[in-house]
Write a protein that binds this ligand. Structure first.
Ligand SMILES: Cc1cc2nc3c(=O)[nH]c(=O)nc-3n(C[C@H](O)[C@H](O)[C@H](O)COP(=O)(O)O)c2cc1C
Length: 191
């Protein structure tokens, strides 16, 4: 079952924007982050949750979408995320959150997939602008933004071609293709 959930848990970038995510669901997703592994159990992560259209509009312009889709500027109005979780690192707790935020992010995205939702982890962030837009104090590093919603696109996993190109792409029907290396390629040795 976890295998199925992980297969389903693709990066989605187009959504039914009018399908909202309620505040309690967002809190439950943040709780999955809270309960995740943390280096030295320092738990430096803090979360800003938004399912409010006006706040969402403050976040969206500062995100970078799908660097490999050169002709696509990101989701249009009506297909934008209906919620966001901004993951912050509290520098009063530790100077670097290490990889805690990526682990928390995966927990949250799996929780979203389990609920029939989906989204995209976004590290390409205009951090200064987002900090200003949301009034985030300097004490917090902006680590990741999780864009969330009801996916409006089909994403499929393809075997990596012989040319080894890992770039994702979109076909004429708008289906998003994600090439993945084979298990044989990534397991170097097994005894
Ligand atoms: C740490 C991290 C940062 C990412 N940042 C971005 C980003 O800034 N913008 C974006 O569109 N996708 C971003 N992605 C999504 C990746 O492009 C995506 O995971 C990859 O294409 C593989 O697709 P999949 O998630 O469906 O397996 C990020 C993924 C990770 C793990």
């Amino acid at each position: 079952m976890l295998h199925d959930l992980i297969r389903k848990n693709r990066s989605y970038r187009r959504f039914f924007e009018d399908v909202s995510i309620d505040a309690e669901t967002l809190r439950q997703l943040a709780d999955l982050g809270r309960l995740s592994a943390s280096s030295k159990n320092l738990q430096p992560l803090k979360y800003i949750l938004s399912s409010d259209a006006q706040k969402n509009a403050l976040i969206f312009p500062h995100l970078g979408w799908a660097a490999h889709l050169k002709d696509w500027k990101g989701p249009e109005e009506g297909e934008r995320p209906s919620a966001y979780i901004v993951i912050l690192g509290d520098k009063d707790i530790t100077a670097s959150a290490g990889c805690d935020h990526c682990i928390a992010a995966q927990s949250i995205m799996l929780g979203a997939a389990e609920r029939g939702l989906g989204g995209c982890m976004i590290r390409s962030i205009a951090r200064d602008e987002l900090r200003q837009a949301l009034g985030i104090p300097e004490r917090f590093d902006i680590l990741l933004v999780l864009a969330l919603g009801k996916p409006k696109e089909t994403v499929v996993i393809d075997p990596l071609g012989s040319e080894g190109d890992t770039r994702y792409w979109r076909d004429a029907d708008g289906v998003h293709h994600v090439p993945k290396r084979s298990l044989e390629e990534v397991i170097l040795e097994q005894w």
